[in-house]
Design a protein around this ligand. Structure first.
Ligand code: URA
Ligand code: ZN
Length: 382
């Protein structure tokens, strides 16, 4: 069997135009340039703690966030053939409604151009197999704060004309009220119609109180918000979609959940059991319409999971919930770089590679599917 194709479906960029916008801001999200040392990225609300000197807030941000050549080098160093790049959090969520459409078009055009320029170097007929060219595709971003859903829908339709766009990335706030907001109906309908994959990614985490208060959160840096806040945020968001019957109304909606679905695969049985025992729902004698489709059906029909879970127990839950043909390799680059900058190999990446190898030991075809075959098929990368 030839070397398997490796596709990274979870890899972010902040295009230079977005970096410049963050640099011009003084409230979250923003970039601060200290007099000496690396610029700092302050994007999580817990990062912007006035008791921390501004030069130390957030995390260092270097060219790996915005320079596509740095990403291409990272890909080469980690055996990645194709990357589906997406704007990193918090996307355009915070923009004034009057600016959302223009910024979405600008960022999406930047992403498209980055992919087109890079892929051009592979020759006009793309005769080489995907393994032998380093290619880029993209998940676009949506103007979710725009004054009307029509603007979002129109952007989805415009994206269909951009050849390297394979879907859209979105956070969990939707139009501001979460993903069970019925005003999102036209957006789900447009995604369903275009069959664009929706990459659902966390940003807001959980309130500090969930971790014992701001002091506790701060004590452990980013560990509690990123290790626990992010996955639970994703789990809550997709469960709200299920409960509000989004998957009943839009049965062809296709969603890729970040970080192997947060904790959804592990908690699916409990969620389903709570639904079955909830007296509020019409099917159980109440007066609130509950979800008609089971979570197990949704997991096997509407949901894809990335393999960014850093261990075999998480992978086993993902596979048990969705199957091996719905699981796709990712890195979360440029987040989680090695703390020792001289290390070329990122432990955050090798941990995921090793977990995949260990989980599917001896099953070469499954490993190849998870590393890239599934992504190539699902995202039509050929
Ligand atoms: N931290 C973030 O803010 N975003 C990611 O995607 C990963 C880590
Ligand atoms: Zn990510």
């Amino acid at each position: 069997m030839p070397r398997p194709l490796v596709v990274d479906v979870h890899t972010h960029v902040y295009p230079p135009s977005y970096m410049a916008m963050l640099r011009a801001r003084k409230t979250v999200p923003y970039i601060h340039d200290p007099v000496s040392g690396d610029p700092r990225l302050i994007i999580l609300s817990s990062d912007d703690d006035p008791s921390i000197p501004i030069d130390e807030r957030g995390r260092p941000v270097d060219t790996s966030y915005s320079d596509i050549n740095v990403k291409l080098t990272f890909m080469q160093q980690h055996g990645i053939d194709s990357s589906v790049i997406s704007l990193a959090n918090p996307w355009l969520d915070f923009l004034d409604p009057s600016e959302a459409q223009q910024w979405a078009e600008r960022i999406n055009n930047d992403l498209e151009e980055t992919c087109a320029q890079n892929n051009k170097s592979t020759g006009p007929d793309n005769a080489l197999p995907l393994q032998e060219r380093s290619t880029l595709f993209a998940f676009a971003t949506l103007p979710l704060s725009a004054p009307s859903a029509d603007i979002i829908v129109n952007e989805i339709k415009r994206l269909k004309t951009l050849p390297h766009i394979r879907g859209v990335i979105m956070g969990t706030s939707g139009l501001g009220n979460g993903l069970d907001d019925e005003k999102l109906g036209p957006v789900w309908a447009a995604l369903e119609e275009t069959q664009f994959l929706l990459f659902l990614h966390p940003h807001y985490g959980l309130p500090d109180e969930a971790f014992g208060g701001a002091e506790v959160t701060k004590r452990y840096g980013h560990v509690l918000p990123l290790a626990l806040g992010f996955p639970l945020e994703t789990t809550i968001a997709v469960t709200r979609m299920l409960l509000s019957r989004v998957f009943d109304s839009f049965p062809r909606l296709q969603i890729l959940l970040a970080h192997s679905g947060g904790t959804l695969p592990f908690l699916a049985g409990r969620i389903e059991s709570c639904i079955v025992h909830e007296r509020k729902f019409v099917q159980n004698g109440g007066d609130v319409p509950g979800p008609q489709r089971s979570i197990w059906d949704v997991l096997k029909t509407n949901i894809f999971l990335d393999a960014v879970v850093y261990g075999t127990p998480g992978l086993k839950a993902a596979v048990a919930a969705g199957g091996t043909d719905r699981l796709m390799f990712g890195t979360d680059h440029p987040f989680f770089p090695p703390l020792d900058e001289s290390e070329k190999e990122w432990i955050s990446v090798t941990t995921n590679y090793k977990a995949i190898d260990a989980n599917f030991e001896g099953e070469k075809e499954t490993v190849a599917a998870v590393l890239g075959g599934n992504a190539a098929r699902i995202l039509k990368l050929e």
